[in-house]
Design a protein around this ligand. Structure first.
Ligand SMILES: [Zn+2]
Length: 421
């Protein structure tokens, strides 16, 4: 059996480093030279190793299961260990076509007792600035003492200082404006893995064979919170749901059935706002903004043109802009550079990307159309309906082609082709 042996967990100032020995066959799952560490924005030297090891185990255990290998660790937290069988079962239930085997062998099991009681529940929540993150923020900001967590090494690469600075500044600004704490974690958890090997392990069993998307990212991200939760007496961790219980898509690494099995010492995990659709989460944010008067600057965009905010012209930006409009609100109030005159660009985008929008992402766009339809009276009273009514028939490409801006665009393209071959 292939082996991953954790020889040591080194705690130095704000950094946890894992010294690991790999047998030949499983070494291919990792990039060489093997370098695996996690950094926090506080000193972590007082952590018990049974907790400090959790980020590594959460990231590597699915590899152990799918590659049928053995993971050997010097010590492990008892509650976390007990939770792992449930986590494995959740994976088995989600992916019956993948075999989850492998073994975890621990030398010592340590019970880390909860020896505090917070007056107000103290929680952490992942925060990227998108609709899902904000929905979690506005749902718990009153009842919890909330800490926003962002991980460098997840969506932003470790050598991309420029993009990270934008993410960090944005999150810090949101946290400061609401008197919350922002926590930044830096980790090699993605860059240490060899995705060619891992994607190949599940080849033909999930869409695009994506290890990150379907197997890794849920519990791998959660595990990073354990050291912080231990050191700061955190009761609960929220992971903002991206899927919804009402969606037809039931396979994703970060899903309620998987995420909520994880327990890190006393700290439970909640896969938050799962019962709501994306557009319902957005309504919650809009209502909160109206109620509190707080500023909400969404950050939904991953485009290179975004320059730290939203490009306001990619699929994700357009989708969110239409969602906001369909709720009878102004996208410019939520961090988008968009005026109603720009709706013609959206119409052309719909024409050009019709299949992508109404096949791959139809569950989002159908909800927007439903929302326009059901809010028709309110949208008419504010004058927004005339900018959105084309959407109602947009699924039918023949009807979309009759929209004035699309007709003009087709004509211009035709003339251009005639002139330029
Ligand atoms: Zn964008």
């Amino acid at each position: 059996m292939e082996k991953i042996i954790v020889r040591d967990v080194i705690l130095k100032q704000n950094r946890i480093e894992y010294k690991v020995e790999l047998s030949n066959g499983i070494a291919d799952a990792f990039n060489q030279p093997f370098e695996y560490w996690v950094e926090y924005n506080e000193i972590v030297e007082s952590l018990p190793k049974s907790i400090a090891i959790i980020p590594f185990i959460c990231n590597v255990l699915p590899i152990v299961w799918v590659a049928d290998a053995e993971l050997c660790v010097p010590e492990i937290d008892e509650d976390f260990l007990m939770s792992l069988e449930k986590t494995k079962k959740a994976y088995v239930d989600m992916y019956p076509n993948i075999a989850f085997k492998g073994k975890l062998r621990e030398e010592k099991v340590i019970k880390n007792e909860k020896n505090f009681k917070n007056e107000k529940r103290k929680s952490t929540a992942f925060f990227s600035g998108g609709v899902d993150s904000w929905a979690t923020l506005v749902s718990h900001i009153g009842e919890d003492e909330l800490n926003l967590v962002t991980i460098w090494g997840s969506d932003v690469k470790l050598d991309d200082d420029k993009s990270w600075k934008k993410v960090e500044n944005y999150t810090q600004k949101v946290a400061d404006s609401l008197n919350l704490k922002a926590i930044f974690i830096k980790s090699t958890f993605r860059e240490s893995l060899n995705y060619t090997f891992l994607d190949n392990l599940i080849s033909g069993k999930v869409r695009n064979n994506s290890w990150w998307y379907f197997i890794q990212h849920g519990i791998a991200l959660i595990g990073h919170v354990a050291p912080y939760a231990y050191l700061n007496n955190i009761d609960l961790h929220y992971i903002p749901a991206s899927c919804s219980a009402k969606d037809r898509n039931k396979q994703l690494a970060s899903y309620k059935t998987i995420d909520e099995t994880v327990k890190m010492a006393w700290c439970d995990v909640v896969h938050d706002q799962f019962e709501l659709l994306r557009i319902e989460r957005l309504k919650k944010i809009i209502d909160w903004r109206s109620l509190t008067g707080e500023e909400v600057v969404l950050r939904v965009c991953y485009s290179d043109d975004a320059n730290g905010s939203n490009c306001s012209r990619c699929e994700k930006c357009y989708r969110t802009i239409l969602e906001i409009l369909s709720c009878n609100h102004n996208p410019a109030d939520f961090g988008f550079n968009f005026s109603l005159a720009d709706i013609v660009d959206v119409q052309i985008y719909f024409y050009e990307n019709h299949k992508r929008l109404f096949v791959d992402k139809d569950y989002y766009y159908k909800r927007i159309i439903e929302n326009v339809d059901s809010n028709r009276c309110d949208l008419e009273s504010t004058g927004l309906f005339k900018y959105l009514k084309w959407l109602i028939d947009a699924e039918d490409i023949r009807k979309l082609q009759k929209v004035k801006s699309v007709r003009m665009y087709k004509l211009k393209t035709k003339i251009y082709k005639m002139l330029h071959g």
